[in-house]
Design a protein around this ligand. Structure first.
Ligand code: UDP
Length: 329
């Protein structure tokens, strides 16, 4: 299939491009490189440096390249910034996604895979988190993702789109060979920051909150390997054959890991201590988020391969060792 990967130069998108190629599909990338990295995409992958909100340009690409499926990874994803700059998030994550959907309508493309988030659930009442929990985001970032989900549901109801929505938990790790990985600027995620603290590239890691109602007082999250996430995107193609689909899946390992457990695992993998200091809670962090992934396992035959956090961190470490400053540009 011809798959346009929107945001394909970003962290999860670039890993998905690799998986698509490995599965024999033709992957093409559209990315405006605001947060993406050209070096994350192999030279032989057709690349369009374009804004997803440019309806006419995107329609032309979809038509000329005979695109069968659009996978949409492009979004602003800094939760804190979404609180202080909500319009930036509504404009890009919601508004530009609607432009993309309009371009797909213009070009007659009806299959869509969307990167959503466990942040659409807000603070869950029950754990592990199943797909039919109430969705009540506690920040504009989660809200924008939920808005797109609502649009996709409405389009499916009138057979205008077949969508698969993946609600990711915490994406982590890097390609097994260390050739592509996580490079955010600014970086806010726990694992890369802990690795940088271990190597001395950054100051001591701040542990945000040690008084949560969790076994060791730090937040529990579900760290799912980026290649496992990517594999689910390929497994979902069959679902999209049914007109009017709105399929939605939690993608997580199902295993909770605390901040302190991450720091211990980083120490083991790198063989270096992670300097850390206790700090106040970060606003908007729910104590515990981890997935019930039964639906993805049973309906998609999806099996996350990285179930042990050290094996995930080992891939992040391999990427870091070969690219201590991330991508060149
Ligand atoms: N965290 C931390 N110190 C940091 C960055 C993150 O203690 O410097 C914690 C954060 O409070 C959360 C967990 O690590 O409980 C994962 O945070 P991250 O930003 O990686 O992902 P999020 O869960 O916010 O999507």
């Amino acid at each position: 299939m011809n798959v346009l990967v929107v945001g394909g130069a970003g962290y999860i998108g670039s890993h998905c491009v690799r998986q698509l190629q490995a599965a024999g599909h033709r992957a093409l990338v559209l990315d405006n490189l605001v947060y993406g990295h050209r070096a994350a995409i192999a030279e032989d992958v057709p690349f369009f440096n374009e804004d997803l909100g440019n309806r006419a340009a995107v329609t032309k690409i979809l038509t000329e390249e005979k695109i069968d499926v659009v996978m949409h990874f492009a979004a602003y994803a800094y939760v804190g910034e979404s609180v202080t700059e909500p319009l930036k998030y509504y404009e890009n994550n919601t508004g530009n996604t609607i432009q993309l959907l309009l371009a797909m309508q213009d070009a007659g493309v009806t299959k869509f895979v969307f990167s959503s988030t466990c942040a659409t659930y807000g603070e869950p009442d029950t754990l592990p988190m199943v797909e039919d929990l109430p969705q009540a985001p506690i920040n504009p970032y989660g809200q924008t993702k939920l808005q797109v989900e609502a649009v996709l549901k409405d389009l499916a109801a009138v057979d205008k789109m077949s969508s698969a929505v993946f609600r990711y938990f915490n994406a982590a790790g890097a390609a097994e060979d260390g050739s592509i990985g996580e490079h955010h600027d600014p970086e806010t995620h726990l694992i890369p920051l802990a690795i940088d603290a271990a190597t001395g590239k950054r100051p001591a890691l701040k542990i945000f909150g040690t008084d949560y109602p969790t076994p060791d007082g730090t937040c529990l999250r579900d760290y799912v390997h980026v290649d496992d996430l990517s594999r689910a995107h390929i497994a979902v193609f069959e679902q999209l054959e049914n007109p009017g689909t709105f399929a939605h899946y939690n993608l997580g390992t199902g295993k909770p890991t605390s901040v302190r457990e991450i720091l211990d695992a980083v120490e083991k993998v790198t063989g270096m201590p992670v300097p850390a200091e206790e700090a106040p809670r970060r606003a908007g962090d729910p104590p515990s988020l981890y997935a019930d992934n039964t639906k993805a396992r049973t309906e998609l035959g999806w099996e996350p391969k990285y179930l042990d956090i050290e094996s995930t961190i080992a891939t992040a470490w391999k990427w870091h060792q070969s690219h201590p400053d991330g991508y060149p540009e």
